[in-house]
Design a binder for this molecule. Structure first.
Ligand code: 13P
Length: 333
């Protein structure tokens, strides 16, 4: 598992999250007038995964249950295709959110039933890492009522993964929704991530073989006077240094509704504060994909342009991951 962590966190590479559930993918398709069918989801994932050149930049891709079973037009399964490109295969193993009577006003992530069996099946398909996403809101005094239950479930899922030699990518996402400040986000990340890391350690999960997937300490989407990249970076690094033990195998960032430009700008500022105790990189979905989907619109004639845009967004994220991004790079290409 340590070798997988090292490969995923290789300097100069990042991770694509392409594991949107069918309802999420369909919502994004419908908003752009793309018919939300299984075949269109396959075509879109094929466009992303077969973009020439991404193998230079991507160490891993996270797939969804439907996607890991799909094939390219030439009949090569997506996991086999990724392996042929030297890109590690990841899989989303949680099954979305539920409300439970024990937790008031909070949502917990489900998916523990039959998890061992599913993880085993995914390993047979080539998956070597597995993601589970829980969400937390930035609230008064920060404590999300669901965080303890989510932390327990995250620790249990992580244990099951490690029993199968699969690297868990543990994602307690502090949501960007709301009007909160970056300072409030920092507090919420400290509290949420610390509870999750404690629970992982108490449950005997080996942190060296875990990748933490986290939000950045950004102002809420509806906040007035949003924090700039330097402030976001300072607050993000401080929160993570406070909450994440140095033994954590790696830390990757989700984009969480930031624009593509904002996400790379913030990542760049975070990278400029290196050295950090753990390797860092990105694991974006929307910040890499939203312009690509908007360009593609489900039409084959737009595929080349959409792939060029995708490669470009990935390359900019890679530049940001080493602190070498500048806004002027957005103007070219
Ligand atoms: P975003 O980058 O769109 O937040 O998605 C990352 C992810 O995997 C969320 O679970």
């Amino acid at each position: 598992m340590k070798k997988i962590v090292t490969a995923l966190m290789e300097q100069g590479k990042g991770i694509l999250a392409a594991d949107e559930s069918n309802p999420t993918a369909n919502e994004r398709f419908s908003a752009l007038g793309i018919e939300p069918t299984e075949e269109n989801r396959r075509r879109y994932r094929e466009l992303l995964l077969t973009t020439p050149g991404i193998e230079k930049y991507l160490s891993g891709v996270i797939l969804y249950d439907e996607t890991i079973r799909q094939k390219t037009t030439q009949g090569v399964s997506f996991p086999e295709w990724l392996q042929s490109q030297n890109i590690l295969v990841g899989i989303k193993v949680d099954e979305g959110l539920e409300e439970i009577p024990e937790v008031q006003n909070g949502k917990v992530t489900k998916g523990l039933d039959g998890l061992g069996k599913r993880v085993k099946e995914y390993t047979e398909m080539g998956a070597v890492f597995a993601k589970w996403r829980a969400v937390a809101v930035v609230g008064d005094g920060y404590a999300d009522p669901a965080i303890k239950e989510n932390a327990k479930r995250l620790a249990e899922y992580a244990s099951v993964c490690q029993e199968h030699s699969v690297v868990p990518m543990v994602e307690p996402e502090v949501l960007m929704d709301g009007t909160h400040s970056a300072e409030d986000a920092e507090g919420a990340i400290i509290e949420t991530v610390a509870i999750v890391c404690d629970q992982l350690q108490q449950s005997g999960v080996a942190l060296e073989a875990v990748i933490l997937k986290t939000a950045m300490s950004v102002s809420g989407k509806e906040a007035v006077g949003r924090a700039d990249a330097d402030e976001v970076a300072e607050r993000t690094v401080r929160a993570l240094k406070t909450a994440v033990p140095d033994t954590m195998g790696g830390v990757v960032f989700l984009s969480g509704g930031q624009s593509p430009e904002e996400a790379v700008k913030n990542l760049n500022a975070i990278a400029r504060l290196e050295p950090h105790p753990w390797p860092i990189t990105f694991s974006f979905s929307r910040a890499l994909q939203s312009p690509v989907l908007a360009e593609w619109k489900g039409k084959d004639e737009n595929a080349d342009e959409a792939q060029a845009l995708f490669l470009r967004r990935v390359a900019l994220a890679i530049a940001a991951d080493s602190g070498a991004y500048s806004e002027s790079m957005e103007a070219f290409g």
